[in-house]
Design a protein around this ligand. Structure first.
Ligand SMILES: [Zn+2]
Length: 284
C-alpha cells in the first residue's frame, strides 16, 4: 500500500495545520461509534465477518428469518446507545461554523441524537423499515411491537443483550432462529427490510449527489473512524483529492484512502475530535 503524503502520525498538530481556516465536511464510519458501545467489525483486531448481502435477504426466506431474529435482538441495543465525546465535538464544530455537515456511513443516528443538524445518513437509518413492494415506511419501534407479539418470550430466551455481540447494523450474533416468525408489510404483504443499504445494494443516487455537493462546498474533507473499505465512502475521498481539496484521515489502522490523504492520524476518534474542536478556529 502506498504511504500517505505525510507519514502516519499520532500527533494532531499536522491535522490542525491543514484544517485550520477551512470549512469542513466530515465523513464518519463505525470507528466513531465504538466509544458508544457499538463495535466496529472492520476495526483492527476484529473477527472476520461476512456481511449479509441484499440478494441473500431478498432471495431466501430462511436467511430473512435468521436476519430478523438477530436484528430484533440487536436493534434495541443500538436504540439505547448514547452519543459520545466525538459526536458532541462535531456538534460544537458545526455550531461554530467550522463543520458544514456530516456524511455518515453509520445507521445508528448518534450524530442526530447528539444534535448535529446537517447529516447525510449515507447507508440509511436503523430506526426505519421499508416495504420492498409498495414502499411504505414504518418505524422500527412499531415493527418491534409486532415481532414481540409474534414471538412471545424470544428476546428473553436469547439472554441478556449485553452478552451478545452486536454489529453496527443492529445485527446480533445468536444461534436459534429457526422458529422465529417474521412480519410482512401490513399494507400489501410485501417483504419488509430495514431502511439500510446492504452489501450488493447501491446508495440512492439523490443521496450520493447531495454528499458530493457537501464535499464540493467544503475547503477540506475530514474522515473519522472509517477504513474506507467500501467504495460508497472511498469515492468521496477520491473526489476531494481529484479537486485538490485537502483530506485528513483519523483512523486507527490503515485505510484505503491513505494514499490520498494529506495527513493520516492514528488516534482514537473521541480524543481526535475533542482536540480538533478545541484547536480549530472559526473560519473567517
Ligand atoms: Zn407493502
Amino acid at each position: 500500500m502506498t504511504e500517505p503524503a505525510l507519514a502516519p502520525t499520532d500527533d494532531l498538530d499536522e491535522a490542525v495545520e491543514v484544517l485550520a481556516g477551512h470549512r469542513l465536511t466530515v465523513l464518519t464510519g463505525a470507528g466513531i461509534s465504538t466509544d458508544s458501545g457499538i463495535p466496529d467489525y472492520r476495526g483492527p483486531g476484529s473477527p472476520p465477518r461476512t456481511p449479509m448481502t441484499y440478494q441473500q435477504f431478498v432471495g431466501d426466506l430462511a436467511f430473512r428469518r435468521h436476519y430478523w431474529a438477530r436484528n430484533h435482538v440487536g436493534w434495541a441495543h443500538v436504540h439505547r446507545a448514547a452519543p459520545n465525546a466525538g459526536h458532541r465535538a462535531l456538534v460544537d464544530l458545526e455550531a461554530r461554523g467550522v463543520v458544514l455537515g456530516v456524511i455518515t456511513q453509520n445507521v445508528d443516528l448518534l450524530h442526530e441524537d447528539a444534535g448535529s443538524r446537517n447529516v447525510i445518513d449515507l447507508h440509511g437509518r436503523y430506526d426505519r423499515v421499508v416495504c420492498l413492494s409498495c414502499g411504505t415506511v414504518v418505524p422500527r419501534a412499531a415493527l418491534a411491537r409486532r415481532l414481540d407479539a409474534l414471538n412471545p418470550g424470544f428476546v428473553e430466551s436469547v439472554g441478556a443483550v449485553a452478552d451478545i455481540e452486536i454489529a453496527p447494523d443492529a445485527d446480533a450474533v445468536i444461534e436459534t432462529t429457526a422458529h422465529f416468525v417474521i412480519a410482512d408489510c401490513e399494507a400489501c404483504g410485501g417483504i419488509l427490510k430495514p431502511d439500510i443499504v446492504y452489501f450488493g445494494e447501491n446508495v440512492p443516487k439523490e443521496r450520493v449527489q447531495r454528499a458530493y455537493a457537501m464535499v464540493d462546498d467544503a475547503g477540506a474533507l475530514l474522515v473519522v473512524g472509517s477504513s474506507l473499505t467500501v467504495m460508497s465512502g472511498l469515492r468521496f475521498v477520491r473526489h476531494a483529492a481529484r479537486s485538490g481539496t485537502p483530506v485528513v484521515i483519523v483512523n486507527r489502522g490503515a485505510t484505503r484512502g491513505d494514499p490520498l490523504a494529506t495527513v493520516k492520524v492514528e488516534v482514537g476518534t473521541s480524543e481526535a475530535l475533542t482536540t480538533l474542536a478545541r484547536e480549530l478556529p472559526t473560519p473567517v
